[in-house]
Design a protein around this ligand. Sequence first.
Ligand SMILES: Cc1cc2nc3c(=O)[nH]c(=O)nc-3n(C[C@H](O)[C@H](O)[C@H](O)COP(=O)(O)O)c2cc1C
Length: 369
Amino acid sequence: MYKIFFQLVFRRMDPERAHHLAVRWIRCAARVPVLRTFVAAALAPRFEELRTEAFGLRMHGPFGLAAGFDKNAVAVDGMAMLGFDHVEIGTVTGEPQPGNPPKRLFRLVPDRALINRMGFNNEGSASVAARLAARRAVFRTTVGVNIGKTKVVPESEATADYVRSTERLARHADYLVVNVSSPNTPGLRGLQAVDQLRPLLTAVREAADRTVTGRRVPLLVKIAPDLADEDIDAVADLAVELGLDGIIATNTTVARDTLGLASDPALTAETGGLSGAPLKARSLEVLRRLYARVGDRVTLVGVGGVEDAEDAWQRVLAGATLVQGYSAFIYRGPFWSRAIHQGLAARLALSPYATLAEAVGADTRKVTA
Ligand SMILES: Cc1cc2nc3c(=O)[nH]c(=O)nc-3n(C[C@H](O)[C@H](O)[C@H](O)COP(=O)(O)O)c2cc1C
């Protein structure tokens, strides 16, 4: 049914307009008590066997909404109502910024993909922190806060910008993500080099510890799929060295070689980050490489091209404790998360593993044994 709706309504609309409309509907539904209870009962059934613990946080399941969908934390309860076990808001930058000029989001429907060059359009850390502080949660969900660099801040002052965001946002975050992998902020991905990343992550860790008392906010880093293998290994080693809680793999790619021939060449030539189905193989490969390197010492989050329960299950077997998605939500609609949970529960029941945690990394361990 959603497929027909997508073809008739969303596909005819500008993608960014369709996004804002969908978010408005989700927010509205989550505000009406009877409606939200009904929707959550239909779309977010709970599966005991999928209960997950990641970096000390207990969640209903492993499947969450990736960063970028709810940049300003306006729809956290709405997304929880739709069945996401965690919601990663952001990317939030130190200062508010408009992002790149439109058009900046493109649908590659035959490829089940998106290209975006949004450029971290967001209301800024002070405003998002105020919204999170005022939030009265109606659904229990885990809220991750993803932070990035303000575009106008020079690269030499990047750390101070991340620290400012951390000081404002860490207390409202169940976990914090340092995003150094968006292709749409000039110079950002250079921060993935370990000599840049080490002082940045150390400063963010210290800022989180300074501003949040009574608990330790888990800290993760989100990396690009375009890193060379040796750079992935270097980030993995750094994560272990610093006692980082997690690595999110991956962000969007600047590569285009996995696209088919069916999408409009004018669209595939757009600059920006490619997400969705064409990213699947590389994201999985990066995840496997990370797990082979860090094992259980660092929690891994698998994202990039996850479309169905089988994809999510493959991420778990490759080493992901948590799995996220964004692009397939656009194509599959509100029943997507439910289908993933049902399929994951079925796969776990048929597998030799008693719990989801036991399945994490099982395939990668076999290959590297
Ligand atoms: C329109 C759009 C905006 C995004 N914005 C962000 C962002 O602000 N921060 C971030 O870390 N990732 C962002 N992402 C990347 C996603 O979080 C995710 O890593 C990527 O899309 C791969 O997952 P997918 O194939 O399931 O979409 C964005 C993705 C899309 C499609």
